[in-house]
Design a protein around this ligand. Structure first.
Ligand code: APR
Length: 251
């Protein structure tokens, strides 16, 4: 089916939707200037592989390097603005009876665009916790770290003097149980799912669109590249093009 046919049918399904689940990946934040995981890094961070930095072992080995990387990423997010796709997600929640928003992203652009109760499967840059005792860190987090800083001592835990780490899910770590259960339950229950800007590379999150399809939902990818197999439905193009069009068509 071509995108316009998929678009027309998706509008019809949304109008009748009992429960819309929205599942987002790095692509929804691309137009806000936040590079996706599969984009090549630029500058200083080009020589580091994100997969090698986003691990407990990397933090244990060089906490100042990993803390600098996440502090620079938090600075980028803090300086970025939500784009029309983030805003359209919030508008969908205002015009439909039941909308669940699930993200793999660690930025807060969906919330800053107005979405409530976003389910973060991979954590978020806006919070941090102790690497040793896991207690939440309540101090301020740096948001003025430039790209050329590759060493920044993390703060210390006020309870055990351990090192503070970002509250994101690292490779090799489990995902938050409650958030995963909520996301899988929404995938099973929804009658429409929009899977926006995700390559579907990382499990178990990548299972969510398939789960929705298996439970009879009208599941549509929104991606700059066609996704999945020929039987999958993709609105091919930028999320900032398709999502506002969907919202406008709902009237
Ligand atoms: N509009 C729509 N889709 C886009 C856009 C855009 N403007 N720009 C990029 N995309 C698509 C790309 O085609 C790609 O399929 O977004 C997807 C981004 O894929 P990834 O970079 O793999 O990001 P994501 O799918 O979120 O990665 C999942 O992997 O690295 C881990 O924990 C990390 O949460 C991340 C997870």
């Amino acid at each position: 089916m071509n995108s316009e046919v998929i678009f027309a049918e998706t509008v019809k399904r949304l109008r009748a939707a009992r429960h819309l689940a929205i599942f987002t990946g790095a692509g929804i934040s691309a137009q806000s200037g936040i590079s996706t995981f599969r984009d090549p890094s630029t500058g200083l961070w080009a020589r580091y592989d994100p997969k090698k930095l986003a691990t407990p072992a990397a933090f244990a080995k060089d906490p100042a390097l990993v803390w600098a990387w996440y502090s620079w990423r938090r600075t980028l997010v803090n300086e970025a603005q939500p784009n029309d796709a983030h805003l359209a997600v919030a508008r969908l929640a205002q015009c439909l009876p039941h909308v669940t928003v699930i993200t793999q992203n660690v930025d807060d652009l969906l919330e800053r665009a107005g979405s409530k109760e976003v389910i973060h499967l991979h954590g978020d840059l806006a919070s941090a916790r102790c690497f040793q005792c896991n207690r939440p860190y309540l101090g301020a987090l740096p948001v003025d770290v430039r790209a050329d800083c590759d060493s920044l001592e993390p703060p210390r835990c006020q309870h055990c003097d351990g090192q503070i780490r970002p509250n994101v899910v690292w490779f090799g770590e489990g995902m938050p149980e409650q958030e995963l259960d909520q996301a899988f339950s929404a995938a099973r229950d929804c009658d429409v799912m929009l899977s926006i800007g995700t390559s579907g590379n990382v499990y178990p999150a990548a299972r969510i669109p398939t789960l929705a399809t298996e439970h009879g939902a009208w599941m549509v990818h929104i991606n700059i590249e066609p996704m999945g197999t020929a039987s999958d439905k993709t609105l091919v193009g930028d999320a900032t093009h398709w999502l506002p069009r969907l919202v406008d068509a709902l009237g």
